[in-house]
Design a protein around this ligand. Structure first.
Ligand SMILES: NC(=O)c1ccc[n+]([C@@H]2O[C@H](COP(=O)([O-])OP(=O)(O)OC[C@H]3O[C@@H](n4cnc5c(N)ncnc54)[C@H](O)[C@@H]3O)[C@@H](O)[C@H]2O)c1
Length: 264
């Protein structure tokens, strides 16, 4: 039973040409109803993947999937393991194998509040989605990838998890947890053909950003040496590389997407 997309000659062959490197692969994108997840689902579909679009928001994920060739719309909540299992089972049923998972599900949690005033219930809710949800996703993905000896898992963390954003403690702490989680999991599965990595974006321009006050956007942009926010195609392109067969010798790593802000 060989399930990797291509075999590797002794000294490596040519990389897959960009364009159809996901042909024959099934990729689940969680958080596909909006923003980075929707953009990544579209790029993966353009590159030949059968995309299982997964989100808590059923109408939104239905809209994403309806615009793509060969896509499924599935509703799941990353804090409810049974729903993630059911979504991945549906993806496997459609495609025979789950080759890759991109986890973009995330919430900001309470904003603008210093730690001594944080509502503990809201803190816990954000950590449940961002961190426990990421663990739920890895578990469900790995279980289905191990028998095939191949898999790619990418979680979207944040620069907030590396640097800590003041007055965003739930977000910063939960995203730091995601970075620590993939470092552990990369080592756990290093000999299985499964890679687990994270992405740490700085600010990416989404409709959410457009709803923020100008001074907030200016403050966040001022920290970025390139002097601009990132774009959805830039985020999607990085995630597509991270879950491609070409990204084979990197695991337990946190990729940067910060316009030069993070140099580590
Ligand atoms: N946009 C940015 O500037 C930025 C920067 C750094 C990190 N991130 C991270 O990137 C990811 C995507 O961000 P975005 O800007 O596209 O956000 P978004 O709000 O546009 O999309 C997030 C999606 O996740 C879904 N979701 C939320 N909770 C869920 C749950 N429990 N189960 C399943 N789906 C759930 C939402 O319904 C939504 O469709 C998030 O993890 C976010 O923290 C975003």
């Amino acid at each position: 039973m060989t399930s990797a997309p291509s075999s590797t000659p002794r000294y490596g062959g040519r990389p897959e040409p960009l364009g159809a490197e996901f042909a024959g692969q099934t990729v689940a994108v969680i958080g596909a109803g909006s923003g980075i997840g929707a953009a990544t689902a579209a790029l993966l579909a353009d590159r030949g993947a059968r995309v299982a679009c997964v989100d808590l928001n059923s109408p939104a994920v239905a809209r994403t999937a309806a615009a793509l060739p060969n896509a499924l719309a599935l509703t799941a909540d990353v804090t409810a393991p049974d729903t993630v299992d059911a979504a991945f089972d549906a993806a496997v049923q459609a495609g025979g194998q789950l080759h890759a998972v991109v986890n973009c599900a995330g919430v900001q949690g309470e904003l603008g509040v210093p730690s001594h005033e944080v509502d503990l219930g809201r803190f816990e809710a954000a950590v449940r989605t961002n961190l426990l949800g990421a663990l739920v996703v890895t578990r469900a993905a790995v279980t289905r990838m191990l028998p095939h000896g191949y898999g790619r898992i990418a979680h979207v963390a944040s620069i907030a998890g590396k640097e800590g954003n003041p007055n965003m403690v739930a977000y910063s702490a939960s995203k730091a947890g995601v970075i620590g989680m993939v470092k552990a999991q990369g080592k756990e599965y290093a000999r299985t053909g499964i890679t687990v990595n994270a992405l740490a974006p700085a600010v990416i321009r989404t409709p959410f950003l457009d709803s923020q006050p100008d001074e907030v956007v200016r403050y966040m942009t001022a920290k970025i040496p390139m002097g601009r926010t990132g774009t959805l195609p830039e985020a999607a392109s990085m995630l597509a590389f991270m879950v491609s067969s070409a990204c084979a010798f990197t695991t337990g790593f946190c990729f940067d997407l910060s316009g030069g802000r993070a140099t580590y």
